[in-house]
Design a protein around this ligand. Sequence first.
Ligand code: ACM
Length: 535
Amino acid sequence: MKTDRHTIITMTLVTLALIFFTPAAVTGSHNETNNIIPIPVSVEYHDGFFVFKPSIRIIAEKDAQAEASKLIDALAPAMGYRLKLASKARPKARVVKLVIDPRISQPGLEGYILDVSAEQILIRAKQPAGLFYGIQSLLQLLPASIFSKTQVKDINWKVPCLKITDYPRFQWRGLLIDPARHFITVNNVKKFLNGMAMHKFNRLQMHLTDNIGWRIEIKKHPNLTKLASNRDRSGGNGGFYTQEEIRELVRYAEKRHITIVPEIEMPYHAGAAINAYPYIGINPARVEGMSLDKRWAALGGLVAPRPETVEFMQDVLAEVIDLFASRFIHIGGDEANLKLWENDPEMQTQMKQLGCKDAHELHSWFIKQMDAFLIQNNRRLLGWDEILQGGLAPGATVMSWRGIHGGITAANAGHDVVMAPTSHTYFDYYQSAPVNEPLAIGGLIPLEKVYQYDPIPKAITPEKAVHILGVQGQLWGEYISTQKHLEYMAYPRAIALAEIGWSQNELKSYGNFVTRLRHHLKHLEAKGINYRKLD
Ligand code: ACM
């Protein structure tokens, strides 16, 4: 991973030098423009167009056929015909050709080269993901109605002749959704994944558990979903994902080259689990006889880090690992009120026995138990930046949300980091003055503020910057109870974030972004995705 990022940085500098000192690479002969978001690394324009017709064949060998089918599927509804797939072109026939070629000179594994001439469209990539991203760019070069779900007549499906060379700046381009607070149906998660794929996002973090609800079936502990998934408090839309539904979502996301990152919250935000299994909470005797509804509040949503609790959470993680392909498993770790441990006699004894000098160290001990378990199972622990307090677990990757300092500290200590600060990436915050907006949790993060964000902190040396894996936007669900509203909060801010995650920093220009965005929003309209109108 380290060499990879070093290579990327070196190649980026070389490429940028080429872009800025080779005028033809930027403007070509017509000074044309395109509206692709995220903006590609380099675009060279040529004369003419490639025009789609029903007779055009999609040419792909076996290793590229899955992506070729996705292209055919994407074009069919609006075009009203399905292009045919073939493994070889007939002489002189006009074709769209998809090629996996490990030798193309692209940094990283997700890049692509898209060549459009009047005779053929050629997309080359090292891996299927690159072809997929090349296809997303190609779709954006067609008239916007290509995203329509029904046939569009009397239109010329043409693409300008050009050559795009493109690859992402960051390997982690994520969004978080929160079905724990307000449940999100399987179909709506799929719709959300479709929107992400258009923008070359590759990670969806699902916040599956919290005080208010537990949303994933765990066979060994059935009360988690039986007692803790249907809470009145969650606005009447309780529910949970069966293991079969989780597998279906993981497969659906993988087809779009998106990894679903599960988040199982501990030791705090665990009220729903404690509600179902009081023995993992502090002083369980205190809640005996209490109604289910009162228990979590009484226990503060914080588990007690005794051996049975460690075993309980590892049981959960074992099933989670079996369900999700993600190398990273998010264990939360945020916002624990450690006074509850400090003031509890059993926890005081536990701290003494473990040699912890304070509750932060006990918190760290608990997280380290999960870290060791995940390492044993060939996975990596991801946690919010509070896991730095009391000592960071050896294998941990940090998600920096309380500003960027946690991220800087972790990167300087040689740990990987995903930047997710409240200052720029909390899309549950207001997007303009609250009087003009539906009720939100607070804050103010307009579109331009998101766009100005650079995930690489200034206060970090280049050799530590390789630990910044990327960036993620958060759509916490306390105030988001419908899909329409989720999309309203996500878009267009997530589109700005997509450009931050994918595009080279030096190519960023807010004015130019907004110009492209005005066109791009037609794609969302055609797809039936809601968004906040531009000011
Ligand atoms: C968080 O927003 N508590 C990670």
